[in-house]
Design a protein around this ligand. Structure first.
Ligand SMILES: *[C@@H]1O[C@H](CO)[C@@H](O)[C@H](O)[C@H]1NC(C)=O
Ligand SMILES: *[C@@H]1O[C@H](CO)[C@@H](O)[C@H](O)[C@H]1NC(C)=O
Ligand SMILES: *[C@@H]1O[C@H](CO)[C@@H](O)[C@H](O)[C@H]1NC(C)=O
Ligand SMILES: *[C@@H]1O[C@H](CO)[C@@H](O)[C@H](O)[C@H]1NC(C)=O
Ligand SMILES: *[C@@H]1O[C@H](CO)[C@@H](O)[C@H](O)[C@H]1NC(C)=O
Ligand SMILES: *[C@@H]1O[C@H](CO)[C@@H](O)[C@H](O)[C@H]1NC(C)=O
Ligand SMILES: *[C@@H]1O[C@H](CO)[C@@H](O)[C@H](O)[C@H]1NC(C)=O
Ligand SMILES: *[C@@H]1O[C@H](CO)[C@@H](O)[C@H](O)[C@H]1NC(C)=O
Ligand SMILES: *[C@@H]1O[C@H](CO)[C@@H](O)[C@H](O)[C@H]1NC(C)=O
Ligand SMILES: *[C@@H]1O[C@H](CO)[C@@H](O)[C@H](O)[C@H]1NC(C)=O
Ligand SMILES: *[C@@H]1O[C@H](CO)[C@@H](O)[C@H](O)[C@H]1NC(C)=O
Length: 667
């Protein structure tokens, strides 16, 4: 959890125009071109147009909570320096090739003359003068090892910004006045956002390597190989960003760690710092600032890269104890999920996790969404919006943003789960690849309609379900993981993550009885803090104590069975076989027709979940019926002489329209 908080156009044409003619729109439209020499190659990408009250920097005005003014997004394909893009209309678009999508689910025509209104928290009136700025995020077209091709933005040490990362083209922020009449604003991309601040040359800068920050204890001596240390793998967001949920960044911690002496505190008398090594991984990806540290069909084998390539290298390079009892996982939020997922998927490698307020552990509750049982992810049958963020305002839990609002916000930054924001990365991590090569989304991003078949693909990443279904088979997780899972969450978690923790607890308690996993719910506590909100040294004592107890000479040594290679889950070959490109191809089928007396029966075929289908009968090569809406699994019957064929057309946001025809049946 982190908050700030394909289709092709024909190549060879010199100039392409994107979008519908401007004159059909009655409000604001924007024409975008590129300054000479700024874009020498053609590129796919996402244009985002930001609108802010005059005097506000549009780039500072795109947060879902603090600055929810209008902004708009549109994809471009094979766009080059000679091309022009038009942004007009919008809202509820269907074809991402031509469509503009506006936040909050609005059209450019909705940008009213006269006064400009902020949406929340309280409508505030502004003059009609706006500052507008456009940003083009170029995508790179890449082929995965399973053959699927995607156009995505690879981050460049910026932790995957949704807009204006290094390499983005920008226009100068311009003041305009909304006339209320058809109005065309012409903007020119004149600048490229440079790579700044970051200088991660140690992990290759813009190259997509994984890396680690390694914190050595006081007194560590590289040449003293007889002194070996336990290692705490502290999962967190992009590690170059010393951001939230990171106790390592506290000045008091750093001072004590450096000096090797913990000053006398209210909890403990002055003594030496614990002797352990702390590692933070760096793994920003094309979908988020962080890969989620496991193997996923959309992002790749990051679990293996970190655990089977980088970790052995670290252990060889530093004096780390190479045994599961001395490898501890911890983290909060995204890191909370990563730490427990790595322990549950790799009992052979990691001894224990201290997971704090983790992202959804069990998708019976994905944040507040009862994902397995609802047909809409945004609204309950009562019509009530499902909340995403709540805050404790003077002792009262107050709902702040809705799931609907955040998803619409993300959709403006990128289609096909490419916003590099929270809901989208969950789609990438938890889901399979779609037949369009992008994450198979669990619900329609505009309407919230849940696609249950797409949700089925999430189940291997439902950690409660993974434990329960592998309880006493060859993975034997019931025995292996007993006593190794520690989770803490606040009952007032700002993102309702306590609900997923409680579902997880229910699932594993049903198998192993109360206490199989050690779950702490702290009443009325929000998202954040160290494990159990302990003071940092007290927490590190707990970690050190666990390691000591589970060492070979400790009171409860970890058994060889508990860390057997057979306990391992989330294997790359399984992940990609089930969720990769070949699986997406294999789940498709074409309409099948057969003769039944003098009629023809035809099935509509199998398509990706969420495809809207229409079917039409074709006789002797010509359509003879109007297209009718059909559903997956439907069969149709038709009676007419000739060479009869069923043609089914499927469409879905983010997919190229496709028509599949049955074989011809002569009647
Ligand atoms: C594009 O090509 C021109 C002429 O070769 C060059 O001056 C310019 O720097 C190039 N621009 C980029 C962004 O590479
Ligand atoms: C836009 O308007 C603001 C507020 O009136 C002003 O401070 C700013 O200088 C203007 N920008 C330009 C480029 O004219
Ligand atoms: C989004 O906008 C479209 C088009 O205006 C509208 O049909 C749809 O109901 C809106 N959806 C939501 C969830 O607001
Ligand atoms: C990299 O950044 C760090 C911290 O911002 C700075 O101290 C260092 O000088 C920079 N190194 C280079 C090579 O620019
Ligand atoms: C390691 O190197 C340091 C400094 O060169 C030296 O003082 C120390 O004795 C060495 N330790 C061992 C165990 O060799
Ligand atoms: C749900 O949220 C939408 C968008 O913010 C809003 O228009 C609608 O009124 C809300 N519905 C309810 C029942 O609160
Ligand atoms: C806040 O949102 C949650 C989750 O959608 C809901 O259960 C609760 O009823 C909402 N509370 C209020 C006061 O609206
Ligand atoms: C919260 O309480 C403080 C102090 O009583 C008060 O100043 C503030 O306005 C309150 N905030 C809200 C949102 O009620
Ligand atoms: C759970 O673990 C904590 C330490 O994190 C410990 O204090 C507590 O006693 C444990 N609870 C149970 C029921 O074992
Ligand atoms: C210890 O006491 C200091 C000073 O009173 C306080 O700032 C700090 O929060 C306390 N720490 C803990 C862990 O209670
Ligand atoms: C276990 O072995 C380690 C390393 O040899 C040693 O530091 C520790 O004191 C021993 N613990 C016990 C309980 O004997």
């Amino acid at each position: 959890m982190g908050r700030f908080a394909a289709g092709l156009f024909a190549a060879g044409l010199a100039t392409l125009t994107y979008g519908s003619p401007i004159r059909t729109h009655h409000g604001l439209s924007v024409q975008l071109s590129v300054a000479d020499g700024l874009l020498n190659t053609s590129t796919d990408g996402r244009i985002v147009l930001l609108l802010a009250p005059t005097g506000v920097d549009p780039l500072e005005d795109q947060d879902v909570i603090t600055s929810p003014d209008h902004f708009f997004g549109k994809n471009v394909y094979r766009f080059d320096g000679g091309d022009t893009a038009f942004l007009a209309g919008g809202a509820g678009f269907y074809q991402p090739k031509t469509g503009v999508y506006g936040y909050p689910n609005v059209s450019l025509d909705d940008v009213a003359a006269g006064d400009y209104v902020r949406i929340t928290p309280t409508p505030t009136w502004h003059p009609a003068a706006l500052t507008i700025q456009a940003i083009l995020t170029p995508y790179e077209r890449v082929t995965r090892s399973d053959g699927s091709v995607v156009s995505v933005k690879f981050p460049c040490g910026d932790g995957s910004l949704p807009v204006n990362g290094p390499g983005s083209l920008t226009t100068v922020a311009t003041n305009i006045t909304i006339s209320g009449q058809p109005q065309v604003e012409k903007l020119i991309f004149t600048d490229i956002t440079p790579v700044e601040e970051f200088n991660g040359t140690e992990i290759g800068g813009c190259s997509q390597y994984v890396g680690a920050n390694v914190l050595l204890p006081h007194g560590y001596q590289a040449n003293d190989t007889s002194t070996q240390y336990p290692t705490l793998y502290h999962q967190n967001h992009w590690a170059a960003d010393a951001g939230a949920y990171n106790y390592l960044t506290s000045e008091a911690f750093a001072a004590a760690w450096d000096s090797g002496i913990i000053p006398e505190t209210n909890i403990t008398a002055e003594r030496e710092t614990p002797k352990m090594i702390i590692v933070q991984f760096r793994h920003e990806t094309a979908f988020y600032d962080d890969s989620y540290a496991v193997n996923t069909a959309n992002i790749g084998p990051y679990g293996d890269a970190l655990n089977d390539e980088l970790l052995p290298y670290l252990e060889k390079t530093f004096n780390m104890i190479s045994a599961p009892y001395a490898r501890v996982q911890d983290g909060g939020s995204t890191g909370g999920w990563e730490s427990i997922a790595n322990t549950i998927f790799r009992p052979d490698l990691f001894g224990v996790c201290f997971s704090s307020y983790p992202d959804s552990l069990d998708f019976h509750r994905h944040q507040a969404i009862p994902l397995y049982s609802v047909d809409n992810a945004y609204t309950l049958p009562s019509g009530e919006n499902i909340t995403s963020i709540r805050e404790n305002i003077n002792g009262t839990l107050t709902n702040v943003t809705a799931v609907l609002q955040e998803n619409h916000w993300e959709l403006t930054f990128g289609t096909s789960s490419r916003s590099q924001l929270q809901w989208d990365v969950w789609n990438a991590v938890f889901g399979a690849q779609g037949y369009n090569n992008y994450p198979l989304e669990p619900w329609d991003k505009v309407t919230g309609e849940v696609f249950h078949e797409a949700v089925e693909y999430w189940k291997p990443m439902d950690l409660g379900m993974h434990v329960a279904t592998n309880w006493d088979n060859e993975l034997n997780l019931g025995k292996a993981l007993a006593g190794r899972i520690f989770v803490y969450v606040g009952s007032w978690d700002n993102y309702f993550l306590n609900l997923g923790v409680l579902e997880f607890q229910k699932t594993v308690d049903a198998k192993g009885g109360a206490g199989w996993a050690n779950i702490t719910v702290l009443e009325e506590q929000p998202h954040g803090g160290n494990y159990q909100r302990r003071e940092i040294w007290n927490y590190l004592d707990l970690v050190a104590g666990w390691v000591q107890d589970h060492a070979p000479n400790g009171t409860t040594p970890l058994s060889a069975d508990a860390t057997s290679p057979s306990t391992r889950g989330n294997k790359w070959e399984d992940v990609i076989a089930r969720g990769g490109h070949q699986a997406a191809v294999a789940r498709q089928s074409w309409p099948v027709a057969h003769k039944d007396g003098r009629s023809v029966h035809a099935s509509v075929g199998t398509w990706d979940p969420g495809m809207k289908l229409t079917a039409q009968w074709v006789v002797n090569g010509r359509p003879v019926t109007k297209p009718v809406a059909v559903k997956q699994g439907d069969s149709l019957t038709f009676k007419k002489h000739g060479k009869v064929q069923l043609a089914v057309t499927g469409h879905k946001r983010g997919y190229t329209d496709e028509t599949r025809r049955s074989k011809t049946i002569a009647t």
